[in-house]
Design a protein. Structure first.
Length: 202
């Protein structure tokens, strides 16, 4: 954060601990946009206005660390990579510095995410004053999702089996939706055909 900048610190958690069973290979390490899927996504988040980036990794920690070499991103290990996504979010939350005031959760398998979309979420948070901000495409809420640190303990202690959807469900009055014009920006890649589509649309 630049000296003299009084805006609250926002930290990003990029979730990259999955095992890619449905893809048949580690999808985060597949080639994309002159890099890898995870490298491209982290580059987009780093190019945004977030202050620090944390990448939550699992069993492929070493390979992902190599793919992200040279980038100013902090790696956080999820010791239970077969667990729910919420476990990775919690691992990331515990690693954040105390001055972090808002958390942006991005998925490591959404290669269409851009720095512009991340900044739109951050801007909506500042302008709306809401504590939870989520992109929406045709009624579907997706990532990258932002919530303030006021919800940290709630996420650490609750929402088993429902994840962050439970946070949005329990606090509708504090949710602000950011419309997204193209599904490509928030589409994840689970199967080989998803990856091929993402490559064609980049």
């Amino acid at each position: 954060m630049p000296a003299g900048d009084a805006r609250p610190m926002t930290c990003a958690l990029v979730l990259a601990a999955g095992r890619s069973r449905r893809m048949g290979a580690q999808k985060l390490l597949l080639p994309f946009a002159g890099s890898t899927v995870i490298g491209h996504i982290v580059d987009q988040v780093l190019a945004s206005d977030v202050d620090q980036v944390y990448v939550v990794v699992g069993r492929d920690r070493e390979a992902i660390a190599q793919a992200l070499a040279g980038r100013p991103a902090h790696l956080v290990e999820n010791p239970e990579p077969s667990s729910e996504m919420l476990t990775s979010v919690r691992c990331g939350l515990r690693a954040l510095p105390p001055e972090c005031q808002a958390v942006l959760v991005a998925l490591g398998d959404q290669p269409g995410v851009t720095a512009e979309l991340v900044n739109a979420v951050l801007s909506a948070h500042r302008a709306s004053g809401r504590g939870i901000v989520v992109p929406v495409y045709r009624g579907q809420r997706r990532h990258p999702l932002l919530f303030t640190i006021a919800y940290r303990d709630e996420v650490l202690q609750g929402y088993e089996h429902v994840g962050l959807r439970g946070l949005l469900r329990d606090h509708p009055e504090d949710v602000f939706e950011v419309p997204v014009s193209s599904p490509a920006a928030i589409a994840d890649i689970d199967h080989p055909e998803d990856y091929r589509r993402a490559v064609e649309e980049q």
